[in-house]
Write a protein that binds this ligand. Structure first.
Ligand SMILES: Nc1ncnc2c1ncn2[C@@H]1O[C@H](COP(=O)(O)OP(=O)(O)OP(=O)(O)O)[C@@H](O)[C@H]1O
Length: 589
């Protein structure tokens, strides 16, 4: 099958290149539109309402008037206009929400980000303090603190402070974890080494990466503050001399609004709290999609799965893996469409070679097949189906996280590019191999684990006596064999090998390739073998797919490709290896 489909446009991404901050903004979606619309309307009401609705405290001599006429939302028992009260109360609640949001975000930033960046004793003290604050139950503490503050000092500022003090710790934990990961990134290390000041490294290198998390936490803190303040006011512990939605509910309860069927007194403030909470939750969900692009992938994948199910073109008879119209895009400032509409079928026991120059998308394709791709990489469409030995078809892109964990390495394993450096230098080989078995076969007795580890080492031609060795005591070739042994441990049906021999000298490379072919014959797993070295693939593979610029431009039997390359790019690739141009006649295998 030759796949020469035209480049799929990624139209909505175009503006990203113009504005690097665009990537940090939520994508426009119905959820976001509804959330922003509702929240915006409520904020406008809180801002403009008090200016046009008049004094909410004016007492009139006609109490509990139902909505209509002069008083659109009716009056309280003392004849105060509910609409005017609602406008002022909305403003009061928004003020508290905003104040608490800012204070809680600053506190979590200081204790989470600064602590984690400073490290050492500072981090330990900050982290201990955050943990203590986290385990103290929030609402009871708020009630106790608010209860101890005399009513005349219990203004909006005091209540906001109390709510912020009790509401920052969980966010600080998340920020700390994220900062610990960011501070070890190369660009942060480079900034430090180049002598940038600490505040600058935090503000310029770290904080921009935390913006979506901070925004999400801010929104959450605002919702929580409005709800908590309403709860406190309802208990009579809210801000004194101020009007909030909670105090409105408190007075409605004291005025027996429910018993008097005066629904217009308590329903509007309750409704505004519920709508504002719902609106911010919708906004927060859209921000979550920036932090975790997997969320937006999921919806799209579910759509794609339906499309694939209705399009059940007959696959190849003995297929173990079918990739259909797979598209992967790196959603970076300038989106890179790294895999374009790729369709491949891997037969049971087959070695499928994936060739192409550096940057053509081989690794991206391998990672996407395995669901190992990480943001900004995103599978925008297509399907990956694994056809299990027992006849079941597994839709790999739709697997839930737990199912994926059970699938990977058991059914489909991977030997990574530069894999020989992937071994942990301070742990003996035995422990590293046994870890895989402990994770995937928790019930396996220790003696069987030991036996299996020795067995796979033997399979790849490494003396089992080496089980106790540390990686640095092994040669590069041996380490590579250990990595292949690790991929074999659970007897997978498919093994993806991404340039597994690139760093090795030609002789060791040849030995390992022979080993792979022998193992495939013995254990009959299928292999996707990735390399830019087309001659090597011609020797090793049954079929070869040639990739260029993210597309599979030719897909054919190895011998056929060698003798009759059809695509000009394949011919160009073959011509670039001098040994293949001579008169050898047939492919040497
Ligand atoms: N994190 C990323 N963000 C944006 N673009 C990326 C990212 N990673 C890879 N790319 C781009 O995706 C394309 C495919 O990269 P990929 O690593 O899959 O190529 P490859 O064929 O495996 O190359 P190599 O043989 O050198 O490993 C390249 O154009 C690359 O620049």
């Amino acid at each position: 099958m030759t796949n020469l489909s035209p480049l799929t446009e990624v139209a909505p991404e175009a503006p990203r290149s113009r504005n690097r901050w665009r990537g940090l903004l939520p994508r426009w979606s119905p959820k976001l539109a509804v959330g922003l619309g509702l929240a915006g309307a409520i904020v406008l009401f809180g801002l403009i309402g008090p200016l046009v609705t008049g004094d909410p405290a004016t007492i009139r001599d006609f109490g509990l008037t139902p909505p209509g006429g002069e008083h659109l939302l009716g009056t309280t028992v003392t004849g105060q206009d509910i609409l005017a009260q609602l406008a002022h109360a909305t403003r009061g609640s928004l003020q508290i929400g905003l104040l608490v949001g800012i204070m809680a975000t600053v506190l979590s930033g200081v204790f989470g980000v600064v602590g984690a960046y400073a490290g050492g004793v500072v981090d330990e003290i900050f982290s201990l303090f955050s943990n203590v604050m986290l385990v103290i139950p929030g609402l009871p503490l708020v009630i106790v603190i608010a209860g101890f503050v005399p009513p005349d000092q219990r203004g909006t500022g005091t209540i906001s402070l109390v709510l912020a003090i009790t509401g920052w710790a969980a966010a600080a934990r998340v920020l700390r974890a994220q900062t610990l990961s960011l501070r070890n990134r190369d660009y942060v290390a480079a900034a430090r080494v180049s002598g940038e000041k600490t505040w600058r490294v935090i503000c310029v290198e770290i904080l921009p990466n935390l913006l979506p998390i901070l925004a999400s936490q801010f929104v959450f803190a605002v919702v929580l503050a409005i709800l908590s303040e309403a709860g406190l006011s309802f208990l009579g512990l809210g801000a004194a001399n101020s009007s909030t939605l909670g105090t409105m509910l408190y007075y409605a309860q004291n005025g027996f609004a429910l018993q008097r069927d005066a629904w217009w007194w308590f329903v509007p403030p309750g409704l505004i709290i519920a709508l504002f909470g719902g609106a911010l939750a919708l906004i927060n969900f859209s921000i979550d999609e920036i932090i975790n692009p997997d969320l937006r992938d999921r919806a799209r994948r579910e759509r794609d799965v339906v499309a694939v199910e209705t399009d059940t073109a007959p696959g190849e008879q003995d297929a173990v893996l079918t990739v259909k119209n797979l598209n992967v895009v790196y959603q970076s400032d300038t989106p890179v469409h790294a895999v374009k509409d790729v369709s491949l079928t891997l037969r049971r026991g087959e070695i499928l070679g994936l060739a192409g120059e550096s940057g053509c998308g081989k690794t991206t394709l391998a990672y996407a097949i395995n669901r190992l791709h990480r943001p900004p990489a995103e599978v925008t469409s297509g399907s990956v189906t694994f056809h299990d030995r027992d006849g079941e078809d597994v839709d790999v892109l739709a697997l839930a996280p737990e199912e994926l964990r059970a699938f990977r390495w058991v059914k489909l394993s991977m030997v990574f590019q530069g894999a020989m450096n992937a071994l942990n230098p301070v742990t003996p080989i035995r422990a590293q191999l046994q870890d895989v078995l402990r994770t995937h076969r928790p019930g396996m007795p220790a003696s069987d684990r030991e036996k299996r580890c020795a067995e796979v080492l033997r399979l790849v031609g490494v003396d089992p006596a080496r089980l106790g060795s540390f990686p640095h005591e092994l040669s590069g070739g041996m380490r590579q064999r250990v990595m292949i042994a690790m991929a074999l441990l659970l007897d997978p049906q498919v093994m993806i090998m991404d340039e597994p021999t690139t760093a090795l000298d030609v002789l060791v490379q040849r030995e390992i390739l022979n080993e792979i072919r022998r193992l495939r014959d013995e254990l009959s797993f299928a292999v996707v073998f990735i390399t830019h070295d087309l001659p090597l693939l011609l020797e090793l593979s049954d079929r070869i797919a040639v990739m260029r610029d993210g597309e599979v431009v030719e897909y054919a039997d190895a011998e056929e490709m060698y003798l009759r390359p059809r695509h000009p790019y394949t011919r160009e690739l073959l011509a670039s290896f001098p040994g293949l141009n001579d008169d050898r006649g047939a492919l040497i295998r």
